[in-house]
Design a protein around this ligand. Sequence first.
Ligand code: NAD
Length: 376
Amino acid sequence: MTDKLRIAALAERAAGETRVCVTPETVKKFTNLGAIVAVESGAGLAASIADADYAAVGAVLGDAASVMAGADIVLGVQGPDAGLLSGAKPGVWVAAGLDPFGQRGRIEAYAAAGVEALAMEFMPRITRAQSMDILSSQSNLAGYKAVIDAAGVYGRAFPMMMTAAGTISAAKAFIMGVGVAGLQAIATARRLGAQVSATDVRSATKEQIQSLGAKPIFVENVAGIEGEGAGGYATEMSPEYQAAQAELVSSHIAKQDIVITTALIPGRAAPRLISDAQIATMKPGSVIFDLAVAQGGNVEGSVPDQIVDRHGVKIIGYSNTPAHLPADASALFARNLYNFLSAFWDKETGRPVLDEEIGNAIRLTQGGQIVNPRLL
Ligand code: NAD
């Protein structure tokens, strides 16, 4: 029998990050697999998890250096700086949301430190990896939160209300981009009583929009992406498509009260979907929530973590939307990490052994080098 595998969970250090990568539930499950879980004191506080809650399920608590000492695997929501990893075992795994395209310098430092970095956002979109997919678990919550916070800023109600003092009409909400976040945004806006319409470049989303009781608004004269697209992801659209889309949006958006934009293209800046001129056609008091604001923004003029007023329209968007729901976002993120490691658990050695399909997709660095084809 080898030594017990040691898993380290640090407190997140990025500004505005409130999530934590392990919860008492996952500590317990890792412990049941035979691992030791060390958690930095205070790591769960912003997600409403006290040190005592971790200790109660057998976690070892301490400062960053003691947590890291002898670690085989370091977990994170975001990637810790390579400097924090000294004291870990040689070849330590770091499994977290590593923002591989945005944090190139940090990835290079992992390589130089001999770390094996595993980027959870590169998880392939295959059925058996669905429970390990942080993009899905976090986007789902982000889509919900975008609608809730847009409703909070909106100076009117969402549902139609018939009162003794007269009738209030239902808000009109338009969701642009119908991936995981967009689908949840549609469902949430519907639950609040809005009249919902939605658009995407992938034709497969049309039925999904209808099945949620919303109205699909699609470019018809230029072909979009048939079916799901590679791995379900969109690509950059042709200039003809972009022009047709702009025209369609212009005529639709002027009648909307709430617009939620969610469009992303992996590894690239977010596509621009709404121009300042289009915002000027909207009714004063309307609200736009730009979920892509941290990736460059779908909306002209959106600024992360600020309410921008343009032509009487409020534009909002967070640099880190899941961090505004820390308890649920942490619970799901922690389960994604547990589902990932436990799926590969080797009972003989008491540690995970990755296979090629998933291992090669998410591994960024190994043996002192950057090894992931998407980064070469
Ligand atoms: P995403 O976050 O990459 O993008 C959000 C949405 O924006 C997508 O629907 C995309 O098509 C759309 N978009 C991109 N450019 C646009 C433009 N110019 N105009 C309008 N819309 C635009 O997407 P996502 O949420 O990651 O989901 C993409 C797909 O992957 C979905 O169909 C989802 O169901 C699928 N998926 C599969 C798995 C799995 O099988 N394991 C896991 C998660 C998601």
